[in-house]
Design a protein around this ligand. Structure first.
Ligand code: ZN
Length: 187
């Protein structure tokens, strides 16, 4: 079952999400939420999602980069579920890249993010992990962690960089990469 998305303007998306305890992780309702969040992410051509985007104020994100019509050049990876994610280290190097958001339909923005991060989080089994991520996947994680603090990519943009429409973004992308023309969004 896909879950209904919340959008920019929904008050929950401006709140700090609640941390999740190990005993809550083991509850069936939480495990079902994780499964439904993954289905919702996949069916909406997203590369990442945070629980507040489906109306749950919980520190839960899923990162699942893969090439799709919204992000044709995204690297492929197995989905990673992160509970109470925390960026413990980051590179000094910052890179700007284009982002969109399932909760901000039709807009893209150029956002500066750390090139490399080390994230500590709990897995759906309740064990603690720490992993290093780089490039686009590090970007997704920073974007999703921001949702847990009530922030949007729009808040991270330089004041002189304005968001652009999805249509303009795709036109620009197709000029740079003619092969993308084969990947039109079914919607
Ligand atoms: Zn988002």
């Amino acid at each position: 079952m896909t879950l209904p998305l919340t959008y920019l303007g929904h008050p929950l998306l401006r709140q700090t999400a609640q941390t999740v305890t190990v005993s809550e992780i083991q509850e069936l309702a939480f495990q079902e939420l994780v499964a439904q969040l993954l289905i919702t992410l996949t069916s909406s051509n997203g590369v990442g999602i945070a629980a507040p985007q489906v109306g749950q104020s919980l520190q839960l994100i899923i990162v699942a980069s893969h090439p799709n019509p919204r992000y044709p050049h995204a690297p492929a990876m197995d989905p990673v579920v992160m509970i109470n994610p925390w960026i413990v280290h980051h590179s000094q190097q910052v890179e700007k890249g284009w982002e969109g958001c399932l909760s901000v339909p039709g807009q893209r923005g150029l956002v500066p993010r750390y090139e490399s991060i080390s994230v500590e989080y709990l897995t759906p089994r309740g064990s603690q992990e720490q992993r290093v991520f780089n490039g686009f996947v590090a970007r997704i994680i920073q974007h999703e962690c921001d949702h847990l603090q009530g922030l949007f990519f729009l808040d991270r943009m330089e004041p002189w960089d304005q968001p652009i429409s999805e249509g303009e973004y795709r036109g620009m992308n197709n000029q740079l990469n003619p092969l993308d023309l084969s990947l039109s969004d079914p919607r």
